[in-house]
Design a protein around this ligand. Structure first.
Ligand code: PEP
Ligand code: MG
Length: 895
């Protein structure tokens, strides 16, 4: 019989698959002897069984009975007992944290009888009735699906009737009345009584938590975070402890270091006399941990000790939820905490300096995605002149400029229209997730650094400012007012997630300190940094990136077509050019020259057009090779989707038709139209491209190879060290490559003889068709290197048109789970990746020293880089701005 239930004393932190993150860490804290209230975890296996069958497995009921009895015996109290009731919380907890996305029910076990028991146990009747009304409310909303506003309205009415404004001003009799009202709401809305039986409450709460795995918002979050839908959640049933037992009680969230900046020290929020989600929901403004020291020094000291213990044990930043019940500390949760990108780099280096982790581990703890966040521009240091709307708590860094939107659905709508929006909310709740994803920044009027908005925004890398108390948000009127200034929905504001400042209107941005470092070096970046914290961040990035460079096996090249891009790539650390797309050299004014080559009706015309191109191409290559002096520079022969280079058939037809009507047609236009008609393709991406064009249009590739060879000779003559390589695109058969290679070798010999330098440039090809991958063993007879063109390889393997597919149906395909992520973004390991592996193996078998790289977009994608490392490639090539990210990820793949 499967075991669906584990006591907290049974597991450990490595069992996240089975116990979920929260359950595994509760077990770990229990093992460490920290004060965790007793309880048990229902495993993710139970959730998966429930998802499969739609039924709670019968064994689970039995195991829950045993576990509850065990809990009762340990504590000497009975669930929902009249005298000294045991009450439990029922909380979700998946393997990967999904903050606020799933359900929690607290105070399970309270009913009309046990509320009396709780009153006498606590000696506080008001508290007992308050707990009961919270249960009915939470149960009504979560388990029975009743609109939360009905309960909130009833609460407001009760306060109005008493003439008070705060919940705490309601007395026991008021709350007892409120419980009756809530029960009536349950009756009216669900057609059933609020269940009095504690076990029924427990069972229904467990099912509600299991169901919350499948809600729309949970799915949306998982899609965003790439968490598989089939993992399921665990359910933690934990003895209730109370933070709302008066002024010596409270509940809080703590971080062992500042998750926003990485500063060392204790950070957190504490709410006196509060329960459960009050802190995270950001409904009331909070005290800091330093304030807690003043309020309850003993509990604070114990908490600090526990925090240090956890950080040492996990060797990482931990975040912690705790409750103090009448001066007694209870640990309710811990996990390795989410952090911003700057915090990730700084903390990793701090932990190395504290000898808690190695540099390899530090490298594993940051990511390319985080590094790319550090490259975003920031507001200029001098924002004088910008009008300050408000200043509040910086919760997630960055500079966000966008139009104010007060409603999450509208935020999604506007973002879909391509507008940048800043979502402004009193506080956020999990239903705002879609709007938060759509927004460039989030601003809230309430809540601390650990509020829902702050936690979620940090996780997503969204700029976020919270707790802007002076903001008056009028959703009806669509306005936000502070300091006498009113902005309307649609007006532009600028959020600074580093300082917490919010400005009216656009504010200029400047390169970030980390991009200064990457472009201009450590000294310049340090000299220009605004403060010590920034210098610390720049040093941390430098240390970790340098370490990545020493451990990585993959070289990092760049895709660049101009000397300027190549130079930039080189400054960013590129060790070569992996792909120079020569067709990009023929756009603009030169397009017509290619058109003439392709459409020429006789040899003389074609030769004239080619002759005109030669000096231009040579000059291009000279510049490029100069920029990349000493480094491999892979130049791909022209691969134009023909329709991009020829005049548009429809436009030309119309022109000729109109001219005919008028009685005069330019004979050149007639000839052009005939040629364009002759060459027109229904499917240009599968048509006369790449090597095919080179074989069909005489002289085109010869011209390019000649230009490359002459450029190399020029560079050698100038004292340079050019390392040009000739790459042939879209090869499907070894014969294609053989013909091109033979001609290329002949050109090299000729130019070499003319210029008196031996020219032996490596010739290789792209592998971007399944047939090329499958016959790579033969192709390697002619290729000195392969470069995987995973854009076309993905297109041709899946049969997805790379130009059309993303808009057409990928949204649907990701929604229904056929695709977890676009295969054009992250390599499809099973399909396209398999072809790469086949080609690597066959290529090496034929030619052991064959050079192997990738130059499709995947070369800059973190997950794909991991795959290419494993597949044994020599290098990845990506766009210049992704080079540092690829360096980091190649390092991470190696540790
Ligand atoms: C590719 O197909 O992956 C590639 C790099 O070539 P292009 O994107 O130019 O077709
Ligand atoms: Mg291609």
């Amino acid at each position: 019989m499967a075991r669906y239930v584990r006591d907290f004393s049974e597991g450990d932190k490595d069992q996240k698959d089975l116990l979920g993150g929260k359950g595994a860490n509760l077990a770990e804290m229990t093992r460490l002897g920290l004060p965790v209230p007793p309880g048990f975890t229902i495993t993710t296996e139970a959730c998966r069984a429930y998802m499969r069958t739609g039924e709670v497995p019968p064994e689970l009921r039995v195991e829950v009975t045993m576990a509850v009895r065990h809990l009762e015996d340990t504590l000497g109290r009975r669930l929902g007992d009249f005298h000294e009731p045991l009450l439990v919380s029922v909380r979700s907890g998946a393997k990967f944290s999904m903050p606020g996305m799933m359900e929690t029910v607290l105070n399970v076990g309270l009913n009309d009888a046990s509320v009396q028991g709780l009153a006498s146990l606590s000696g506080d009747e008001r508290f007992a009735w308050d707990s009961y009304r919270r249960l009915v409310q939470m149960f009504g909303r979560t388990v029975l699906g009743i609109d939360a506003d009905l309960f909130a309205d009833a609460l407001d009415k009760a306060k109005a009737a008493r003439g008070v404004s705060a919940d705490v001003d309601l007395d026991a009799a008021d709350l007892r009345g409120l419980v009756d009202t809530y029960k009536q709401i349950v009756r009216d809305e669900s057609g059933r009584e609020f269940p009095q039986h504690p076990r029924e409450q427990l069972d229904l709460a467990i099912v509600a938590v299991l169901d919350s795995w499948g809600t729309e918002r949970a799915r949306l979050y998982r899609r965003k975070e790439r968490i598989p839908d089939d993992l399921g959640t665990a359910v933690n049933v934990c003895t209730m402890v109370f933070g709302n037992l008066g002024p010596t009680s409270g509940t809080g969230v703590a971080f062992t270091r500042d998750p926003a900046t990485g500063r060392t020290g204790d950070y957190g929020d504490y709410l006196v006399n509060a329960q459960g989600e009050d802190v995270v929901a950001g409904i009331r403004n909070t005290l800091s941990l330093a304030d807690l020291e003043g309020v309850d020094p003993a509990a604070y000291a114990e908490l600090r000790q526990a925090m240090r213990r956890l950080e040492t044990h996990y060797r990482d930043l931990c975040d912690i939820e705790f409750t103090i019940e009448r001066g007694k500390l209870w640990m309710l949760q811990t996990r390795v905490g989410k952090r911003t990108a700057p915090a990730a780099f700084r903390i990793a280096c701090q932990l190395v300096d504290e000898h808690l982790i190695t540099m390899d581990e530090a490298l594993a703890r940051v990511s390319g995605a985080q590094l790319s966040q550090l490259l975003f521009p920031q507001f200029a240091a001098d924002v004088a002149g910008a009008e300050l709307l408000t200043r509040a708590m910086p919760a997630s860094p960055g500079a966000a400029v966008g139009q104010v939107v007060l409603d999450p659905a509208r935020a999604e709508e506007w973002a879909a229209q391509g507008r940048d929006v800043v979502l402004v909310r009193r506080e956020t709740n999990p239903d705002d997730l879609g709007g938060m994803i759509a927004a460039v920044g989030v601003l809230t009027a309430r809540g601390g650094k650990t509020s829902h908005a702050a936690v979620v925004a940090r996780g997503m890398g969204r700029t976020c400012v919270v707790g802007a108390e002076e903001l008056v948000i009028d959703t009806e009127a669509g306005t936000v007012t502070a300091r006498g200034r009113t902005v309307h929905e649609g007006d532009v504001v600028a959020l600074d997630g580093t300082t917490g400042e919010v400005f009216v209107g656009d504010v200029p941005v400047v390169p970030s300190p980390v991009s200064r470092y990457l472009e201009d070096g450590l000294d310049v970046a340090l000299a220009e940094a605004a403060d010590e914290e920034t210098r610390d961040l720049v040093r941390a990035v430098d240390r970790i990136l340098t370490h990545a460079d020493t451990v990585r096996r993959l070289r990092v090249h760049a895709n660049a077509d101009t000397a300027a891009d190549a130079g930039r790539a080189r400054r960013l650390g590129a060790q070569g050019i992996g792909l120079c797309r020569t067709e990009h050299m023929f756009l603009g004014e030169r397009r017509v020259l290619v058109e003439r080559v392709v459409l020429a009706s006789d040899d003389a015309g074609r030769q004239a057009a080619l002759d005109a191109l030669l000096p231009l191409q040579r000059a291009d290559f000279v510049e490029l090779l100069e920029a990349m002096d000493g480094l491999p520079t892979t130049i791909r022969l022209i691969d134009p989707p023909l329709h991009e280079f020829l005049p548009d058939l429809t436009a030309l037809s119309v022109k000729v038709a109109v001219d005919r009507e008028r009685g005069h047609v330019d004979p050149d236009d007639e000839r052009l139209l005939a040629a364009v008609e002759r060459m027109h393709e229904a499917n240009p991406m599968l048509g006369l491209r790449g090597v095919r064009l080179g074989l069909v249009v005489p002289g085109l590739f010869d011209l390019q190879v000649r230009a490359i060879c002459e450029a190399v000779a020029d560079r050698i003559a100038a004292g340079g060290s050019p390392h040009a390589e000739v790459m042939v695109p879209l090869v499907g058969s070894v014969q294609e490559l053989r013909i091109v290679r033979e001609r290329a070798l002949a050109t090299m010999a000729q130019v070499g003889a003319d210029r008196g330098v031996p020219l032996t440039l490596p010739v290789g090809c792209m592998i971007e068709l399944p047939r090329a991958a499958l016959t790579a063993g033969r192709i390697a007879e002619e290729a000195e290197f392969f470069s995987f063109g995973t854009n076309d390889l993905t297109q041709t393997t899946w049969g997805f048109s790379r130009d059309d597919v993303e808009g057409a149906f990928f949204a649907q395909y990701t929604a229904n789970g056929v695709l977890a992520v676009s295969p054009f973004e992250t390599i499809d390991v099973r399909g396209v990746g398999r072809l790469v592996e086949v080609a690597v193996a066959e290529g090496r078998a034929t030619r052991p020293g064959i050079g192997l790289g990738v130059c499709g977009e995947h070369g800059g994608d973190p997950e794909s880089i991991r795959f290419f490392h494993g597949a044994g490639l020599d290098y990845v090539s990506c766009s210049p701005f992704r080079v540092p990210i690829a360096r980091l990820e190649a390092g991470r793949a190696a540790v």
